[in-house]
Design a protein around this ligand. Structure first.
Ligand SMILES: CC(C)(COP(=O)(O)OP(=O)(O)OC[C@H]1O[C@@H](n2cnc3c(N)ncnc32)[C@H](O)[C@@H]1OP(=O)(O)O)[C@@H](O)C(=O)NCCC(=O)NCCS
Length: 173
């Protein structure tokens, strides 16, 4: 079952994130984003309380301005369930949900080979960049509403919690 996260999911989601990343950092990050009210789009894939996948999106700023823009991170599928399309289902459902909630664009830091299939393009094509030292093509953006990024240029910042939790980058794929 692919659905929005519920309050009772916190512990199994934490265990899933720790298993997927092999460390606690992303689970701590997700807990802090929830506490701050920044976990605005959250999806889980579970069956009879076996949690297989999780996705979170939180607001980002562009040139210091808040707006209807989200960052997708983290995305995790339990190692026992990887490579079966669960991550793709979570991304597609997450993007649909974000659009239904009136968010207009999403950025992601990750492997272009994975994220381009959902419609993400290099953020540089929109004149956007992130503060992380990663190959430019790994920072991507997608308009949920065509033209929504057309007049925007500049630096994208994830929620401050991303810089408080020790990790290499928002999306370490
Ligand atoms: C990355 C991840 C979310 C993908 O989820 P998934 O359910 O395994 O992926 P799907 O089944 O939807 O997609 C499979 C496709 O993704 C590709 N893929 C899987 N993991 C990948 C990775 N780390 N890098 C690039 N491509 C990857 C596969 O090669 C496959 O490609 P194909 O369809 O062309 O054959 C999952 O493997 C995972 O949780 N990994 C550990 C945590 C992580 O690295 N998260 C991502 C960044 S926060």
């Amino acid at each position: 079952m692919l659905r929005t996260e519920r309050p009772g999911d916190m512990l199994p989601v934490q265990a899933l994130l720790e298993a997927a990343f092999g460390r606690e950092d992303e689970a701590v990050l997700v807990n802090r984003l929830r506490e701050c009210g920044a976990a605005v789009v959250t999806m889980v894939e579970e069956e009879e309380y076996e949690f297989m996948g999780h996705l979170l999106m939180s607001p980002v700023t562009i040139n210091g301005e808040e707006g209807p823009w989200l960052g997708l991170a983290p995305l995790a599928v339990h190692p026992d369930w990887q490579g079966q399309g669960i991550g793709s289902d979570l991304v597609r459902e997450g993007l649909d949900t974000a659009l239904e909630m009136d968010w207009k664009a999403v950025v992601v830091l990750g492997d272009p080979a994975y994220y381009q299939r959902f419609g993400f393009r290099p953020a540089s094509e929109f004149g956007l960049h992130c503060i992380y030292e990663v190959p430019a093509e790994c920072f991507m953006a997608m308009e949920l509403i065509p033209g929504s990024l057309a007049t925007l240029r500049g630096e994208v910042l994830y929620h401050p919690v991303f810089d408080e939790v020790p990790q290499e980058q928002p999306e370490a794929m």
